[in-house]
Design a protein around this ligand. Structure first.
Ligand SMILES: [Zn+2]
Ligand SMILES: [Zn+2]
Length: 336
């Protein structure tokens, strides 16, 4: 089969590799679509803080936001059948470790990982797959993982009916957070984003105000909230300036949510007096514990089509990474 194999930092190529075969607790999936995630280029270029340098010594098939059709079942699999369409988490939690037993499955120490999905076929543990309902296409299904991250961010964000919300970044996570914030009851939402086309999509999806981060966001925010600042500020752009500005945009007793990945060596100054004087909370988001079943329920309800800007064949994976770099696409789906 064909697969996009990373052999050392920066060396990603489509190669012929053996098809993976499912272990007893795994299913083999013919990949329908796999989304290109913001962490994929970080990983390819050796900048993703979760991946240690020694990980690059072994070849790695990339791709972790997949949907597809089951083509083979491991011998212990009872709940699925060949031909069934599924969407995937990239790992299944063990259920037995300290973290799984203490409401932190996202830090599972015995997680069973899937093989990479920028490939014709991949194997997934049963604990990482979700049957797609008939009214959800494989394109939309490939958004299950990013939607689950937005669900987790909104779980943390403390949004109530009538809340005011600011979101920085109109990429997939920012725009999914926008849709979920509105469903959670947000009544006024500002989205900041440097790319004009993405601001337009944010407007279409219900943002009250959109702005370029070059503008005076504090001023615009104060105007939108009668001088109070926002109840919740969600940072989904990975921009360090935006992560810091979130603290100024938040109003009294506000909640700041850093829902992005940042460089491992990055630091920003947090003003303790402002934290005190506004009684602020800062939270972060790490993947998406206990969010997949709800993300699955939401897939047919959200506007996901508007987020799919490009569908590219696996053979063009390098072009896809280049295109992602321009920051113009919202979500690129790879179709093996
Ligand atoms: Zn991802
Ligand atoms: Zn575990």
């Amino acid at each position: 089969m064909k697969a996009a194999v990373l052999r050392g930092i920066g060396n990603l190529n489509v190669e012929d590799v053996p098809e993976p075969e499912p272990g007893p607790d795994e299913v083999k999936i013919k990949i329908g679509f796999c989304g290109l995630c913001g962490t994929d280029p970080e990983n390819m270029e050796g900048r993703f803080g979760l991946i240690p340098p020694e990980a690059y010594l072994k070849p790695q098939i990339m791709g972790h936001e997949a949907s597809g059709t089951i083509v083979a079942l491991g011998k212990n699999i009872k709940g699925y059948k060949v031909g069934q369409r599924v969407a995937c988490d990239f790992k299944g939690a063990c259920g037995n470790c300290y973290y799984c037993r203490n409401k932190m499955e996202h830090f599972c120490q015995g997680a069973h990982r899937a093989s990479g999905s920028f490939a014709d076929y991949a194997v997934y543990p049963e604990s990482a797959i979700y049957a797609l309902p008939d009214n959800v296409s494989l394109e939309i299904g490939s958004f299950l993982e990013p939607v689950s991250v937005a669900v987790h961010a909104i779980d943390i964000a403390g949004i109530h009916p009538g809340s005011t919300v600011a979101i920085s970044g109109a990429g997939p996570i920012g725009l999914l957070c926008l849709q979920l914030a509105l469903r959670a009851g947000a009544s006024r939402v500002m989205v900041s984003e440097p790319v004009a086309g993405k601001r337009e999509v944010a407007k279409k999806l219900g943002a009250d105000v959109t702005a370029d981060p070059k503008e005076n966001l504090e001023e615009i925010g104060l105007k939108l909230t009668e001088g109070r600042g926002f109840d919740t500020v969600i940072e989904a752009s990975s921009d360090l300036k935006a992560a810091k500005l979130a603290i100024s945009l938040a109003g009294k007793c506000g909640m700041v949510v850093w829902a992005a990945v940042y460089p491992v060596e990055a630091e920003i100054g947090v003003p303790p007096f402002t934290m005190y004087a506004k009684e602020l909370t800062i939270r972060s988001v790490f993947v998406s514990p206990y969010s997949f079943p709800r993300a699955l329920n939401l897939l047919p309800k959200l506007d996901i089509k508007s987020l799919i800007t490009d569908i590219m064949p696996l053979k063009d994976i390098k072009k896809a990474f280049k295109l992602h770099e321009t920051r113009k696409p919202i979500k690129i789906l790879i179709q093996p």
